[in-house]
Design a protein around this ligand. Structure first.
Ligand code: ADP
Ligand code: MG
Length: 657
């Protein structure tokens, strides 16, 4: 109960004389009951009870609805304290449903102080919660064991634990509250950071990985043969990867790069390095379409270098699979690309040296670990196109080292983006026709974040039918959605890839990473329902060829926030800027959407507002671990215990690496 923290506070310390009360004030005033309680039946089931209150400066009417017991509470001449929101109309002042306490009856529980307001349900009143938490606090007061070491508390001016709990619930002053909150938020972020760093250290320090040889000449030859020269950002990231691969420690690296920044070729080069070192490599992707696309790309790159690339997916025939698995075991296959099918037990490598996962947010830590287990501490590389601010990346991927490709290949034209409303529909439809007439292809996306309910799926179906049978009867329209049979989905997708479909209506982000350069227009329905980062990802499906590309966002949101969000999309093509903005406008909870992102939930810290505290906590965690890497010292025993307690689940997950 004591970690059920208030969501806000009411300052009932703020006293005023009656004649100083302003409209809209929330404050406390003192007065004498100057009338009997009157009862007024406004209509059946609605009665209002009123009483007049006076002090030396003026008078005010207090009213309560349907609370008949009020009749028996007040007597003329008694003195009370009141707190509530003031309504001032012309000459009359009123306060509705004020909190009241009689003067001279002992300590004030709900008045003359800062009062916590707790997250609650309709059925549980604030008074009940407050009283319960108050007694819980009384039980533990002075007995909470300090979790943070003395030196740390001194260095970062962190309040003591008992003081902090007591003042987060029932602060005497806002200064006390601030001290308490700082400590508790710091602690939460600090422990999380320590936990993540411990996991990372366990992975990199204890295990010994493969020391790949340099192979400088061969690597250069391969890079020279690429159809383009690498961007500086790609070179830098490759440098970091190579350093990891050549060292004894196990690589655990995340490559973050905006859509289209060229992560695939970076993965290919890392895979090639492993092959040159005499090892096998594997690349895991979330969908079959993507697996096939990567197979094509990599086969082309590797063909002159005598590297054997193969594919493993769920929809292959048993015979195909068997043959792949056999040559994998003998080491005939150098690089295996595949979907979740790679995780199956019967997939055995001869000597797996590197594991790459693309679009990592589709896979959990556990799945990565299963794949790594198929080798002897192979290096791992994780790629993601969801750009997030660095500080947050440290939280989400604290167990990984981070590399960023912060540059797009030259010559990319920004995608022209327009936010429109339904009135523009016929003009937009004309535009779609025009693009198709020019030989281009079009995506239309409907906002189903998860197709969990059939109603939503049906709505998308209806929309696509309307598009196919009414708006664009004469064109070839295809539909894909999550619940479709994989075979049908793949068939529609490949028709789109081959140019046999003009307009692809899709319900969601099902096909991350598809590359159809001939598609130059994306129309997104109800764009206000998507996160900005998601819109950006979607938009990244166009603008992949030489032709100018467009994105149309139907915004049915009425609020100013949704307008502002659309404006961000119109103004910038930079995924990092967009994600910062998204975070700012929606807050981290919304930003990350579902829990699949693995973002821990915080009881008190707020990842956006507490960025400063987060940075301090990160420094402190680094400092502590620098001195005592695995928290082995006796003096850190308590903190180790707390970290373990909080991270039990995660550590278990990772201990099987
Ligand atoms: P993503 O990072 O979104 O996975 P891809 O790896 O699919 O991006 O690359 C997008 C496109 O850019 C591909 O067609 C790829 O061949 C091309 N590309 C990658 N690197 C470069 C580069 N340095 N110069 C020019 N084109 C590049
Ligand atoms: Mg990609």
């Amino acid at each position: 109960m004591i970690t059920h923290f208030p969501r806000e506070y009411e300052d009932r310390n703020n006293f005023k004389k009656i004649n100083m009360l302003l409209d809209g004030d929330s404050c406390t005033f003192e007065g004498e009951i100057a009338s009997k309680v009157t009862e007024n039946r406004i209509r059946k089931g609605l009665s209002v009870y009123k009483v007049l209150i006076k002090d030396g400066t003026g008078s005010i009417v207090a009213s309560w609805f349907n609370q008949s017991y009020i009749k028996n509470v007040f007597r003329v001449g008694e003195r009370y304290l009141f707190f509530g929101k003031i309504n001032r109309r012309f000459k009359s002042i009123e306060v509705q449903n004020p909190v009241y306490e009689r003067i001279g009856t002992g300590e004030h529980k709900n008045l003359c102080r800062i009062v916590p307001v707790y997250p609650s349900t309709i059925d549980m009143s604030q008074n009940t919660l407050r009283a319960a938490i108050k007694s819980a606090m009384e039980l533990v007061e002075g007995k909470l064991e300090e979790t943070l070491p003395q030196w740390l508390r001194e260095k970062y001016k962190l309040a003591e634990i008992n003081y902090s709990f007591s003042n987060i619930h029932f602060p005497r002053t806002f200064e006390d509250f601030n001290k308490a909150r700082f400590r508790l938020a710091f602690e939460e972020l600090f422990l999380m950071q320590l936990g993540l760093l411990c996991i990372k250290m366990t992975l990199t320090e204890v295990e010994t990985g493969i020391k790949f040889k340099k192979s400088e000449a061969e690597m250069n030859e391969f890079i020279k043969a690429l159809p383009f020269s690498l961007t500086n950002a790609q070179r830098n990231v490759l440098g970091e990867i190579e350093r990891d691969m050549e060292s004894q420690k196990v690589m655990n690296r995340l490559v973050q790069g905006d859509v289209g920044s060229g992560k695939t070729v970076v993965a290919a080069i890392a895979l090639y390095k492993a092959v040159l070192g005499g090892y096998q490599g594997t690349l895991m992707v979330p969908t079959e379409i993507l697996a096939e696309q990567h197979l094509k790309t990599l086969s082309k790159l590797f063909q002159p270098f005598n590297v054997n690339v193969a594919l493993l997916t769920g929809s292959q025939t048993a015979k195909q699979k068997r043959s792949v698995l056999e040559s994998l075991k003998t080491g005939e296959i150098d690089i295996l690309i595949g979907t979740h099918a790679l995780l199956e037990d019967k997939v055995e490598f001869e000597n797996l040296g590197i594991v790459v996962t693309d679009e990592q947010h589709r896979f959990g830590v556990r799945q990565r670990a299963v794949l790594s287990k198929k080798g002897n501490n192979p290096d791992t590389l994780v790629m993601t196109a969801t750009p997030i601010p660095r500080t947050l990346a440290l939280i989400l991927y604290g167990d990984l080292d981070i590399s960023i490709i912060n540059e797009l290949p030259p010559g990319r034209k920004p995608i022209k983006t327009y936010s429109v409303n339904n009135e523009m529909r016929s003009r937009i439809n004309d535009f779609i026709r025009k693009k198709v007439a020019e030989g281009r292809q079009v995506y239309i996306v409907c906002p189903l974040v998860e197709e969990s309910d059939s109603i939503a799926a049906k709505a998308a179906l209806e929309l696509s039918e309307a598009i196919a049978n009414e708006d664009f009867k004469d064109l070839k329209v295809g539909l894909v959605y999550g619940k479709m049979k994989p075979k049908d989905k793949e068939s529609i997708m490949s028709q789109f890839v081959n140019g046999d479909i003009d307009i692809l209506v899709s319900t969601t982000v099902i096909e991350v990473g598809v590359n159809v350069p001939n598609a130059t227009l994306m129309v997104i329905e109800n764009a206000e329902r998507f996160g900005l980062s998601q819109l950006h990802q979607l938009r990244g499906r166009v603008g992949r060829g030489a032709e100018e590309s467009f994105c149309v966002l139907y915004n049915e949101g009425k609020g100013s926030v949704s307008k502002e969000r659309m404006k961000v999309m119109e103004k910038t093509n930079d995924g990092f800027v967009i994600s910062e903005k998204d975070l700012q406008l929606r807050g981290p909870g919304e930003f990350f959407g579902t829990r699949q992102h693995g973002l821990p939930e915080f009881k008190i810290a707020n990842l956006y507002k507490d960025m400063e505290i987060l940075k301090i906590a990160q420094d402190a965690a680094n400092e502590l671990l620098m001195e005592d890497p695995l928290l082995k010292h006796e003096k850190n025993a308590r903190i180790k215990e707390v970290v373990k307690e909080r991270f039990a689940e995660k550590i278990e997950e990772l201990s099987f690496l």
